[in-house]
Design a protein around this ligand. Structure first.
Ligand code: ATR
Length: 284
């Protein structure tokens, strides 16, 4: 029988996970389908239990459910420390973890491909939500010097405390967005891990060109649109290393795919499917 997988979130209609995973299923000749489901926050538990009861193979969990979903699954040690999951495997053996977070590993993989080692790199990360938590944890593990700024400064502080108590190797500082103009001067890498700039609010950005220096690496986790206002501002500022969110989306998806099927999926097929749907890549 056809195996069903899916992504739950709210909003969800612009998710590219279906096109990405279905392309991989097709390329591998697997009898499986991946669908998107809009699930409001208050229904997250029912949705997870329902999908399991219906015999789904697994789920991805996205905004704003990554943290709330924790209560309804058996998270692995890493995602427990992060405090958010994005992948559930309903076929995990009884008593073993069935929920994971593949966002952080994906972000670090993308950054390392672009800049090499992250050890002692000054990373300025905007955001303290689900995606930010996962990325921060992995960056700290890589020995990066991390500054977390968030609109709600208290959440940035909570994230820093969580990181410090988990015993990673790097340094961490926190603050509100008002610190951005000073903090960005000493940053090697800027990461937007907020949802600012995401469709339909495509003209929004937390950072404009006048604040950026040319040697900064600018990475936006938002992938819809591919070239966000933040990345356009970076181009205007003469920033060479501009990284869009598609690669991270593909890498986190590929990790989830492997967890569900045991197969390493064709990354190129998944990335092509996503970029085609988004209407081409971004100018390098
Ligand atoms: P995700 O899983 O994508 O991280 P989330 O947990 O809802 O989603 O977190 C969204 C992040 O984007 C948060 O850091 C949020 O800031 P707050 O903690 O202050 O809410 C940030 N964010 C969303 N809209 C924003 C805006 N208009 N300006 C600044 N930050 C914003």
């Amino acid at each position: 029988m056809k195996k069903v997988y899916g992504v739950i979130g709210d909003p969800i209609e612009h998710s590219l996970s279906p096109v990405m995973h279905n392309a991989a299923f097709e390329a591998l000749g697997l009898d499986a389908i991946y669908l998107a489901f809009r699930v409001p926050l208050q229904n997250v538990g029912n949705a997870i239990r329902g999908a399991e009861s219906l015999g789904f193979g697994g789920l991805n969990v996205t905004v704003p459910l990554k943290e709330a979903a924790m209560r309804f699954v058996r998270p692995d040690e890493l995602s427990k420390r992060i405090g958010a999951i994005n992948t559930i495997n309903f076929e995990a053996p009884e008593g073993e973890p069935n929920a994971f977070n593949t966002d952080g590993i994906a972000a670090v993989r993308v950054l390392k491909e672009n800049v090499g080692s992250l050890t002692k790199k000054n990373v300025l990360m905007l955001g303290a939500g689900g995606a930010a938590k996962a990325i921060a944890f992995y960056l700290q593990n890589e020995g990066a010097r991390l500054v977390i700024l968030n609109r709600t400064a208290k959440r940035a502080k909570e994230l820093m405390e969580r990181l410090l108590s988990s015993g990673g190797a790097g340094e961490v500082a926190w603050g509100g967005l008002e610190e951005l103009p000073t903090r960005i001067k000493e940053a090697d890498i800027l990461i937007n891990a907020t949802s600012v700039g995401m469709y339909p609010n495509v003209e929004e950005t937390l950072v404009t060109a006048d604040l950026m220096h040319k040697d900064l690496v600018v990475f936006d986790v938002v992938y819809n649109p591919v070239e966000t206002r933040l990345l356009r501002e970076a181009k205007k500022a003469g920033v060479r290393h501009r990284i869009d969110g598609v690669k991270m989306l593909v890498y986190q998806g590929a990790e989830a795919f492997k967890i569900w099927t045991g197969i390493s999926p064709p990354i190129d097929v998944m990335e092509r499917a996503v970029r085609e749907r988004l209407g081409g890549g971004m100018e390098k």
